[in-house]
Design a binder for this molecule. Structure first.
Ligand SMILES: [Zn+2]
Ligand SMILES: [Zn+2]
Length: 354
């Protein structure tokens, strides 16, 4: 066997850690990427070209051997980290790391206990929308700048690895935010997890239902956005998903979808989703003939509420009243955010009749 270069320091993998996460942690200690580490230890420029998902699900065995030797770890200890041994189909894991969430509370615990931040394997399952340990929502948005995007592993000057927001550079953490315990959605997640574990017809039904909810309607947007359910961020998704929707949805959209699936298939109603009865009929139709759901069926609620305009002269009067009021005289004199906000408040008060 070719000589393998040894890494002087490499963190040990944790029991419930994701394989690609461990590789990133190793690489972060050298301020580089797993690909470059691999090319260095094997002495071959370029290194592997496996995407995230394949390297977590069916890693190249020769590469695993290489990593194990370079880091003086047993090969079997790395094999355990891959998703292959989870006994679930590949389609039951979220593909794009951008759509996987992390639990900031778990990450805070890592920090408190003095170890690196690390990603748990359980966070990659399609039904993982809340942390099984803390019951709070898994997040893929930064708590400080609210942007979504892949968090990055970086080593701090103290020598530990932390997950950072790549935009604002904040460490991913739950501190400073009160998080709600999502008991309902945790229950829903368990129902889906059991169905996946059971496999067979139950898993087929879950898969079919997820395709049903994400089938495009004749208007374009997926069926799930037309059911009057409360949508994440109050708007339709920016991109529509294909054949295995759960694999490629953000945690928030997966939460809505799995709640709708459990209600449709198992009669378990979560706190918020309430499917119209027409959805059941549409699903039976979809089972027979998987085409776009029929939107002709009457829906009880409309997603977009129509704006009710008042006669033109009423607005004129409201505006005049505002300008003549004492509040108008006491507005911040200089144009700017404070003044705009104060005007906004006056408008709102006038429109609401207060
Ligand atoms: Zn947690
Ligand atoms: Zn940020």
């Amino acid at each position: 066997m070719r000589q393998v270069r040894l890494l002087p320091v490499a963190p040990r993998p944790l029991d419930d850690e994701l394989l690609s996460c461990w590789q990133w942690r190793v690489a972060s200690h050298y301020f580089t990427s797993p690909q470059r580490i691999e090319s260095w230890i094997s002495g071959t420029p370029g290194g592997r070209n496996q995407d995230f998902f394949s390297s977590d699900f069916h890693p190249d065995q020769s590469a695993i051997r290489l990593w194990a030797r370079a880091c003086r770890i047993r090969e079997g200890d790395l094999d355990r980290l891959s998703l292959q041994g989870a006994g679930r189909p590949k389609s039951s894991f979220v593909g794009d790391p951008l759509d996987r969430g992390v639990c900031p509370v778990c990450l805070d615990e890592d920090a408190e206990e003095g170890r690196d931040h690390y990603c748990r394997r359980s966070w990659v399952s399609v039904e993982a929308v809340v942390c099984p340990r803390h019951g709070t929502g898994l997040e893929n948005n930064c708590g400080r700048c609210f942007r979504s995007g892949l968090f990055q592993f970086r080593q701090t000057p103290a020598g530990v690895v932390r997950l950072f927001c790549r935009y604002c550079g904040a460490v991913v953490s739950a501190r400073g935010f009160q998080r709600r315990y999502q008991a309902e959605i945790a229950k829903v997640g368990k129902v889906i997890r059991d169905a996946i574990a059971k496999g067979g017809p139950e898993l087929d039904l879950v898969t079919k239902a997820s395709r049903f909810f994400w089938a495009p309607t004749s208007d374009g947007p997926p069926y799930i956005t037309a059911l009057g359910l409360p949508l994440p961020y109050g708007r339709p998704p920016s991109a529509f998903t294909g054949i295995a929707p759960l694999m490629s949805l953000s945690p928030a959209w997966r939460a809505v979808t799995i709640a709708a699936i459990t209600e449709l298939l198992f009669g378990l109603v979560a706190e918020t989703p309430r499917l119209p009865s027409s959805a059941r009929k549409a699903f039976r139709q979809f089972e027979l003939e998987p085409t776009a759901p029929d939107l002709q069926a009457p829906l009880p609620t409309q997603v977009a509420s129509t704006v009710e305009l008042r006669p033109e002269h009423e607005y004129g009067k409201l505006a005049t009243d505002i300008i003549q009021s004492d509040c108008w005289k006491s507005l911040p004199p200089k144009a700017g955010r404070a003044r705009s906000r104060a005007i906004g408040r006056l408008m709102l008060r006038a429109l609401n009749g207060g």
